[in-house]
Design a binder for this molecule. Structure first.
Ligand SMILES: [Zn+2]
Length: 188
């Protein structure tokens, strides 16, 4: 009996890493994607994918803010409207993740809703300041939480590409430390 227990314990201990689901999920699911290491004037990633591809939660978390209407105008180009349709979540790692230029928000995705890593939040599109760009992309930003609607921090404070590379390869690399550093640097 004792031997069986030990065998079971050993089997469980050794097998645990392959049983546990990954914490982080690449934010676009089921589609071919491309992204570079460059983003114009602040750190973020523009992930190119086909229109309608699923934007998914990169980690378990809670929905912070949702923009369901595209209020962007080329004439005013207001910062808070540039994202068009967007979703931000606060992950269980304390980091905020933001996806914008969406064509659609998934039903039920609203502030305060609990989401799990890999859960669909919306679909890739061309809303906001991406309206005139022929190829759709997901603007993906990583930041420290401030307050809902804070577009300037939310759009991104660190480069997401090293984390995107890791998640794409099935590795759990956390941006929490890099985000904490950026917060200190900003004096927040
Ligand atoms: Zn962008």
């Amino acid at each position: 009996m004792k031997k069986i227990f030990l065998t079971l314990l050993l089997t469980f201990t050794l097998a645990t890493p392959s049983w546990s689901a990954p914490i982080y999920t690449f934010p676009i699911s089921g589609c071919k994607t491309t992204y570079g290491k460059y983003h114009h004037d602040y750190p973020a990633s523009d992930i190119k994918a086909k229109f309608g591809c699923a934007f998914v939660a990169p980690i378990n978390g809670v929905v912070e803010d949702v923009s369901t209407k595209d209020r962007w105008s080329g004439k005013t180009n207001l910062g808070q409207h540039r994202g068009g349709l967007s979703v931000s979540i606060i992950g269980e790692d304390g980091v905020r993740y933001y996806g914008s230029h969406l064509s659609k928000i998934e039903p039920g995705i609203a502030p305060g809703v609990v989401v799990v890593s890999g859960q669909k939040l919306g679909e890739v599109g061309r809303t906001g300041s991406a309206r005139g760009i022929p190829k759709p992309h997901l603007h993906f930003g990583i930041s420290y939480p401030t307050m809902p609607g804070d577009w300037e921090i939310r759009r991104g404070v660190i480069a997401p590409w090293p984390f995107l590379d890791a998640w794409k390869a099935g590795k759990d690399l956390s941006p929490a430390k890099a985000v904490a550093k950026a917060k200190v640097k900003a004096g927040k």
